[in-house]
Design a protein. Structure first.
Ligand code: TC6
Length: 302
């Protein structure tokens, strides 16, 4: 009851305490749950958060069909959910995974960058920054349970985690493939990649817009562990237990020491970064590249 009241007080949003049992398909496990998320009256929730108070671990399922692309609506709901967990002192660990088949996240929603006004593009980019800041600077242990492909912004999301576990399925890929769309990953995408795989691998990866198979991603350190597809979430829960055995304050200060310079760099230039994105993405030549890429995606499907 106290937690329920606290959540209401802190978030100003409805928090629903409920006991649920989650099925065992797609690597999901059964556990008692606290479901705490924003309810949207007109649309289905794009994220679903299952919080086990007894372990202090929340599992966040992205469920925005068809491919969990990061639209403004998705990012808004996602950030509210992360913020609520961050404010809940009982929540020490967060696992991010997907409820969509074959895809973790297709990255930024291309339709948010194509044919939109500069104002709308700016609003969208602020939301992308917000997602990165919330995840990369989180006090929680964050583990990505990557149960499908994860290109571009999907890869960025995974890169913000403390640990990445990917399904060992050669049909999936992960990487910052922005140059293949004719667009440029901003400095903070690049810095997050460099911090993870080192300068040379990041340089090759970003310039060529490489998408890596799970085994290639493991080789360069883009992911930390591969497991059979049906074990991604259960492994994430096991690994989380190890991370939570470290005293929070020591781990959090260490994490902050590692990440603060990268975070400060964006914090000190957020507005300039928005202006830079808007002027770049609204160029005719970039809009043409995006249109061609969208057509290619449709053709590939046909
Ligand atoms: C400076 C900026 C930095 C930018 C960073 C980014 O993240 S840029 C983003 C870079 N991202 C990429 O390059 C990833 C591009 N996507 C893919 O490579 C594949 O979709 C997949 C591997 C994620 C899933 O394969 P699959 O065979 O399971 O699925 P499928 O291919 O059949 O697609 C189903 C439907 O979803 C649609 N749609 C897909 N992605 C996006 C999107 N991001 N957005 C919007 N829509 C998207 C697709 O058109 C199709 O629509 P339709 O025809 O039904 O109306």
């Amino acid at each position: 009851m106290a937690l329920r009241a606290a959540l209401r007080h802190k978030c100003g949003l409805s928090a629903v305490l409920t006991q649920l049992a989650v099925g065992t398909s797609h690597g999901r496990v059964s556990m008692p749950l606290l479901l705490s998320q924003q309810r949207n009256r007109s649309t289905a929730s794009r994220v679903s958060v299952h919080f086990d108070q007894s372990t202090g671990v929340a599992v966040m399922y992205m469920q925005s069909p068809p491919v969990n692309s990061l639209s403004l609506d998705f990012l808004t709901e996602f950030c509210i959910s992360v913020e609520k967990l961050e404010m809940d002192k009982g929540c020490r660990g967060l696992i991010i995974t997907s409820n969509q088949p074959k895809v973790f996240s297709a990255g930024l929603d291309i339709m948010e960058m194509y044919g939109k006004t500069p104002e709308r593009c700016g609003e969208f980019w602020k939301a992308v920054q917000e997602m990165w800041l919330k995840l990369y600077g989180s006090n929680m242990v964050i583990i990505s349970a990557i149960n499908g492909s994860s290109p571009a912004g999907g890869c960025l999301m995974a890169l913000t985690s403390d640990y990445r576990i990917m399904a060992d399925n050669p049909r999936y890929n992960i990487g910052l493939n922005e140059t293949q769309l004719g667009i440029v990953a901003p400095f903070w995408f690049k810095d997050t990649m460099v911090n993870t795989v080192g300068h040379r691998s990041a340089e090759l990866s970003l310039e060529l817009g490489l998408l890596y198979s799970p085994s290639e991603a493991l080789k360069i350190g883009l992911v930390d562990q591969l497991v059979p597809e049906d074990q991604v979430l259960t492994t994430a829960l096991q690994i989380m237990t190890k991370w939570l055995a470290i005293p929070d304050h020591a781990r959090q200060i260490t994490k902050s020491t590692m990440r603060k310079p990268t975070i400060d760099k964006l914090m000190s230039s957020r507005e300039a970064d928005v202006q830079n994105f808007v002027s770049f993405i609204t160029r005719d030549s970039i809009q043409k590249s995006l249109r061609m890429y969208l057509e290619m995606l449709k053709k590939r499907k046909a």
